[in-house]
Design a protein around this ligand. Structure first.
Ligand code: B1M
Length: 206
């Protein structure tokens, strides 16, 4: 198998050392960082997402794959990656759940987005400020509690008030979030899982 197939396998199985070694090998063989992301890292994380969907993988496998993916991305941190666009992501105000948000962030990064992760408990004003500072194309919000979902609506309104609603797309997700909630708060996209979030983000920018 070539370096890129080995890399995919290393990420899927969560082998960090192998992921690092294969990424170096792929770059040495002349691949660009973008090619490594598009042909190796992103498809590997898609497989991981599909396996999670099919109940073949559970949260530990997702996290291990994510760690291997991060090793691969670290190798390329010096290389030029042609980013698709900037995504400002965070878990909304009052909410401390970040496992799903981290997966979405990692997969977006793996797919070639420049990701600015604001962490957890992020207020509408913090989202607006970060979107402005980073000239974000997408504001991505995660919520795991029914009691914190309303902060997504507040953030959409805050972007509107700041006069930025036409410049950024709003992507939302998290266990209690639905497409109808997204429609209700006038978001631009909803994704039920990390793999779909990448697809949705690409669609929002196309
Ligand atoms: Co909490 N918790 N929790 N919790 N917790 C839930 C969410 C809950 C459903 C458990 C339950 O009661 N059955 C419940 C919420 C009920 C509700 O509101 N409907 C709950 C509660 C009540 C609470 C506390 C209030 C408990 C308490 O203190 N009384 C408290 C709240 C703290 C706070 O946030 N202020 C609390 C605390 C915690 C821990 C800190 C202990 C811990 C979080 C640790 C951490 O995240 N670092 C925790 C955990 C682990 C859970 C459960 C067990 C697992 C969540 C998780 O990580 N899932 C959860 C029950 C459950 O879901 N089975 C529960 C795995 C993760 C990969 O999935 O986050 O859904 P998920 O992300 C998915 C998709 O949703 C989607 O993609 C991801 C990957 O496919 N997705 C997006 C997520 N964000 C997205 C964004 C997108 C697109 C897709 O676009 C931007």
């Amino acid at each position: 198998m070539g370096a890129i197939d080995d890399l995919k396998q290393a990420i899927i199985t969560g082998n960090r050392d192998q992921a690092k070694e294969c990424t170096k090998r792929a770059l040495d063989e002349g691949m660009t960082a973008k090619e490594v992301v598009v042909q190796g890292i992103a498809p590997a994380m898609e497989v991981v997402g599909e396996k999670f969907h099919a109940n073949e993988f559970f949260v530990p496998e997702l996290l291990i794959a994510q760690r291997a993916m991060k090793e691969a991305l670290k190798v390329m941190s010096g290389a030029e990656v042609d980013h698709i666009g900037t995504v400002v992501i965070g878990t909304v105000k009052g909410d401390l759940h970040d496992i799903g948000k981290n997966l979405v962030a990692a997969m977006l990064e793996g797919a070639g987005f420049n990701v600015v992760d604001l962490g957890v408990d992020v207020s509408p004003d913090q989202f607006v400020q970060a979107a402005k500072e980073n000239q974000a194309a997408i504001v991505a919000m995660s919520a795991l509690l029914t009691t914190t979902m309303s902060s997504m609506r507040d953030t959409v309104q805050a972007l509107d008030t700041a006069g930025m609603r036409d410049q950024v797309r709003v992507l939302i997700g998290g266990a209690p979030v639905t497409q109808s909630y997204c429609d209700e708060i006038k978001g631009d996209g909803y994704a039920p899982d990390a793999a779909s979030a990448v697809e949705k983000a690409k669609t929002l920018l196309s």
